[in-house]
Design a protein around this ligand. Sequence first.
Ligand SMILES: Cc1cc2nc3c(=O)[nH]c(=O)nc-3n(C[C@H](O)[C@H](O)[C@H](O)COP(=O)(O)O)c2cc1C
Length: 190
Amino acid sequence: MATYNVGYFVGSLAKASINRKLALALVRLAPKELQLKEIPFADLPLYSYDYDANFPPVARALKDAIAGVDAVLFVTPEYNRSIPGALKNAIDWASRPYGQNSFTRKPSGVIGTSPGKIGTAVGQQHLRSILAFCNSPLMNSIEAYIQFTPGLITDDGEVTDESFAEFLRNYITEFHGFITRVYTALPRNA
Ligand SMILES: Cc1cc2nc3c(=O)[nH]c(=O)nc-3n(C[C@H](O)[C@H](O)[C@H](O)COP(=O)(O)O)c2cc1C
C-alpha cells in the first residue's frame, strides 16, 4: 500500500483536551504507511472576506499545510451539538479565497470524543455537511463516536483498553484504505 501524509486538526483549543489525547492515540496506532502531522490553527484571526486580497501569514501557513498533505483528519469535540467555533473559523479560512478552496478533492475523515453518551455524533454530522460543501471526499464508514471515560487514553496517547485500541487501529487503517481508493480512482489534479 502507498504511503500518504495526513494533516490532522484537533478541534479543541483546551490544554487538557480529550480530543488531543485521541489524536495522539491515532498517531500511535496508525499503519506505518500513514504519516500523521497536526495542522495548528489557534492563532488565526476571525475570518472575513476583507482578507481575501491579502491573506495574513498565519492563514497562508494554514493553506500551505493543507496543500502539503494528501488527506485531512478532523478529531473534534462537539460544542452545543455542532463543531467548535475555532475549528469552523479555520475551515472558513482554508476554503477561501473563492476558487482556492483547500479542501477540494482532498480526502477527509472525522472522529471525536466527548464525555457524553453520543460521543460527538451530532457535531460530526454538522462537520460532514460542511466538508461535503467543501467538495472533500469524506470517509462514510466506519464512523467513530467515542464516549471518553477517565483514563481511557493517557496524556501522551496510550490507550489503556485493548479492545478500544483495536477499534481505533481499525478506524485509522480503514482511513488509509479510503485515501488509497480515492487516489486510485483519480489523482487529485486530474
Ligand atoms: C461550549 C461547550 C459546549 C459543549 N457542548 C457539548 C455538546 O454539545 N455535546 C457534548 O457531548 N459535549 C459538549 N460539551 C462538553 C465537551 O464534550 C467537553 O468539554 C469535552 O472535554 C470537550 O473536548 P476537549 O476536551 O477535547 O476540548 C461542551 C463543552 C463546551 C465548553
